[in-house]
Design a protein around this ligand. Structure first.
Ligand SMILES: C[S@@+](CC[C@H](N)C(=O)[O-])C[C@H]1O[C@@H](n2cnc3c(N)ncnc32)[C@H](O)[C@@H]1O
Ligand code: SF4
Length: 367
């Protein structure tokens, strides 16, 4: 199968036996390493961005409520499954747009703490349009102490090109509101190498984030995943994405700006203020992923939940773990840090090579 060979080559090299396949219930681990974080994937967004590769649907209240109910059950299933008393190192709520389930956010966090004890680091992703003083109060009341907001740009024409339904003023306002709430970590995501973006525009975006005094800045070059509408539009119109050289020049400029502002590089595209915690979605060593499309890595196994919401609900209602696909890992791959190098989001599958149709071919539907 295409996806199997791509994944095998990416993670294990040509010659290693590496077998992504439907994962049996009796293969679900009963133990996890002590340094394991929890990841909960909320697969809903108010509006779908044309560039986005993640597992998400347009928000639907009935479906979201049904999904949250099953997530709470899934939390309970893991608590019963694990033999040793498991204390997660952190809880990360990502998506999609987790604030779509804001009314139930407190219940999700409480379910985790009820089953696994107090969790000190609780992080959450936000869309700028989620951020109001009232929403932030609910978020802090739920116990979330680290947030990341997907700003992308402050330039209205670039936001429009990305299909984002806010302007630069609203993006800045979101950061201001979050700053007032004094989270332990406040990360802002900026995208670069957007079609037609100039170096001057990028410098302005980075400078504005720095001036807003976020504790961390994360930058992502716009990746055109073959199955996304943006990639298809660009292909149909014969447009070209920014060259790798442009991307590299932009990244070097970002390094220079953040360095001068006293931020230290904490990952390839993340820059953190000294004496502030590093906000991270993708570098926990081990993780258990809950919710549709979330992946888990326990050192000895890597597996991913079904991407389909109806299938997810059905699995949980039948008292089964909603795992669609996985693999047991060889010692060699374990030494390399697992198939994703430590992703907690399950997004490592979406690296631009593995596309929706190849996933469907191995039984992951609804991606
Ligand atoms: C789940 S989103 C963040 C939260 C929220 N859903 C939002 O969009 O604001 C995670 C981040 O991934 C980045 N991202 C998503 N699709 C991307 C793509 N095709 N190329 C590069 N970065 C991307 C964006 O910077 C985005 O803020
Ligand atoms: S970028 Fe964020 S808001 Fe846009 S579709 Fe993806 S997860 Fe949803």
């Amino acid at each position: 199968m295409i996806v199997d060979s791509i994944l095998r080559r990416l993670f294990a090299g040509r010659s290693d036996p590496f077998d992504f396949r439907p994962f049996r219930q009796d293969e679900i681990p009963t133990r996890v390493p002590s340094a394991t974080g929890l990841y909960i994937h909320v697969p809903f967004c108010r509006q779908i961005c044309p560039f986005c590769p993640y597992n998400k649907r347009v928000y639907n209240s009935a479906m979201a409520t049904a999904c949250v109910e099953r997530m709470k059950k899934e939390i309970g299933m893991w608590a019963s499954r694990l033999e040793t008393s498991f204390k997660p190192t952190s809880l990360y709520i990502g998506g999609g747009t987790p604030a779509t389930v804001l009314p139930q956010l407190g219940e999700i966090v409480a379910s985790c703490q009820d089953k696994f004890g107090r969790i000190d680091t609780i992080a959450m992703e936000l869309h700028p349009l989620d951020v109001t003083p009232e929403a932030v109060k609910r978020i802090t009341d739920a116990g979330v102490n680290q947030v990341s907001v997907g700003i992308q740009s402050f330039h209205d024409h670039l936001l429009k090109r990305l299909g984002r339904a806010y302007d630069g003023k609203r993006a800045l306002e979101a950061i201001r509101i979050l700053k007032d709430a004094s989270f332990d970590a406040l990360d802002a995501d900026i995208m670069f190498a957007i079609q037609g973006e100039t170096m001057e525009e990028l410098v302005e975006d980075i400078s504005r984030v720095i001036e807003a005094e976020v504790t961390q800045l994360s930058v992502y070059p716009l990746v055109l995943y073959s199955f996304t509408p943006m990639s298809q539009v660009i292909q149909n119109q014969g447009l070209r994405r920014a060259s790798l050289l442009t991307e590299l020049r932009m990244l070097l400029r970002i390094y220079d700006l953040t360095d001068r502002a006293g931020y230290s590089r904490s990952a390839l595209g993340s820059f953190t203020k000294p004496k502030t915690p590093r906000y991270t979605s993708v570098t926990r060593e081990f993780y258990l992923g809950l919710g549709p499309g979330a992946a888990s890595y326990t050192g000895s196994a890597w597996f991913v939940n079904t991407f389909s919401i109806p299938e997810y609900l059905k699995y949980i209602d039948e008292g089964r773990f909603p795992v669609a696909l996985g693999t047991q890992l060889t010692e060699k791959i374990r030494k390399r840090g697992g198939p994703s190098g430590g992703s907690t989001t399950g997004r490592s599958l979406w690296n631009g090579t593995v596309n929706c149709s190849s996933l469907t071919s191995i039984g992951i539907s609804g991606c």
